[in-house]
Design a protein around this ligand. Structure first.
Ligand code: C2E
Ligand code: CA
Ligand code: CA
Ligand code: CA
Length: 381
């Protein structure tokens, strides 16, 4: 029942509390480290009887559960503990970690505040996920993310109107990774919040600088994960980034998916209203792929809808896609919203959408996403 800001403070305190409480239980050559925000690993080099390790685990749970006070609230920590040991078959340390991670999952499945022991081998998929999760943590700190930009052009004139910021991960071993390779994991682990905040900051700094240099008022569109959008602090992040960059608010556009409605339409509306009050634009991304009905659009204080690429692919050949595209454009215009079509690859698609009164076009036909240095030096496409 904690509010989120208190929850965050608690998260920060977690490391201190866990280290402090467990200190007495740990032996001298044990190693305690933090794997993710609320995930910890204890490594014990010496081999031990199973009973002894289980005793340790249950003592940890008791120790953590002991209540303490923070800002007048009484809190206690519960944990899901996974245990794995090297029976001689473990070839790499990460295997051990994966076995433990699977055991944690089992402990959670059993309702948490308990421990489980994994004697089996982890699956390779599990291994990769655990590796990647650690790497993502490092990537944020080591600044391995890069923002690429893709132009959005006015359908009628071909003039550059805005740029969409699309994140890439410059992985030290695997090279440049597209969002498809890491965003969904980052969503699962919550790391998308830190990544997304960085992208927002970088994109606004880049575009404010470009704006000052060229005098071209090109707006910047940034993708916002539902996880980011749902945090009450999000509005402060946006305000801070506008201040830091000096970007005029009307040049910032946030792209959210229908996923933001999942946490309740009233909450979403109040966040959207706060953004509108700041003067920031909001677009509904991947429009048409979600679960919601078209009618909720009327209730949302937004400025734009982006038709999903799946409708654009066959818009010139498939009557179903064409009907949806026409319907969305007509309806959005009646509601005073602009419409963007993404994934324009051919001149036929471009002409079809321009003739259908679509406002803005985006796709490989104009440009792939490129680093800032290569982004739109001219204004015409
Ligand atoms: P999206 O927001 O729907 O972005 C459009 C995607 O379509 C981009 O893929 C873009 O490169 C691609 N695209 C654009 N034009 C064309 C085209 O003509 N043909 C084809 N085949 N593809 C085209 P990308 O960069 O791989 O990004 C994929 C998704 O990852 C994005 O989809 C967005 O949902 C997510 N994403 C990217 N950056 C961020 C970010 O900073 N934060 C969050 N939360 N999500 C992001
Ligand atoms: Ca987008
Ligand atoms: Ca999209
Ligand atoms: Ca999409």
């Amino acid at each position: 029942s904690l509010n989120e800001s208190l929850g965050r403070q608690v998260g920060d305190l977690l490391l201190a509390v866990v280290a402090d409480r467990l200190r007495n239980l740990l032996a001298n050559d044990d190693v305690l480290t933090r794997l993710a925000a609320d995930e910890f690993v204890i490594m014990r080099p010496a081999l031990q009887a199973e009973a002894e390790v289980k005793m340790l685990a249950s003592q940890m749970l008791t120790c953590l559960a002991e209540a303490y006070d923070i800002k007048g609230q009484r809190l206690s920590i519960s944990a899901s503990i996974g245990i794995a040991s090297d029976d001689g078959s473990v070839e790499q340390p990460k295997e051990l970690l994966d076995n433990a991670a699977l055991a944690v999952r089992e402990a959670k499945r059993q309702g948490g505040n308990t421990f489980c022991w994994n004697h089996g081998a982890a699956s390779t998929a599990g291994t990769e996920q655990v590796m990647m999760r650690c790497e993502l943590m490092e990537a944020i700190e080591a600044r391995q993310f890069v923002v690429y930009y893709q132009p959005l052009v006015e359908a009628k004139t071909g003039r550059l109107r805005s740029a969409e910021a699309l994140v890439r991960w410059n992985h030290p071993v695997r090279g440049l990774l597209l969002p498809g390779a890491f965003i969904s994991l980052a969503e699962q682990t919550g790391q998308i919040v830190a990544i997304g905040r960085w992208v927002l900051h970088q994109a606004c700094m880049d575009m404010a600088q470009r704006w000052r240099q060229t005098g071209q008022a090109v707006s910047i569109a940034v993708n916002i994960s539902p996880l980011q959008f749902r945090r009450p602090e999000f509005i402060d992040d946006v305000l801070a980034v506008l201040e830091a960059s000096g970007l005029p608010p009307e040049l910032l556009e946030l792209e959210v998916t229908e996923g933001v409605l999942l946490s309740g339409i009233d909450k979403a509306i109040s966040m959207l209203e706060s953004l509108r009050d700041l003067g920031v634009q909001v677009a509904i991304d991947d429009f048409g792929t979600g679960f919601s009905s078209l009618s909720y659009l009327r209730q949302l204080p937004i400025t734009k809808v982006k038709l999903d690429r799946s409708f654009i692919i066959d818009v010139t050949t498939d009557r179903g896609s064409a009907a949806i595209v026409q319907g969305v454009i007509t309806m959005a215009h009646h509601l005073g919203l602009l419409v963007v079509a993404e994934g324009i690859e051919t001149v036929e698609q471009q002409n079809y959408l321009a003739a259908s009164d679509c406002d803005l076009l985006q796709g490989f036909l104009y440009s792939r996403p490129v680093p800032l240095g290569q982004f739109a030096l001219g204004l015409e496409y």
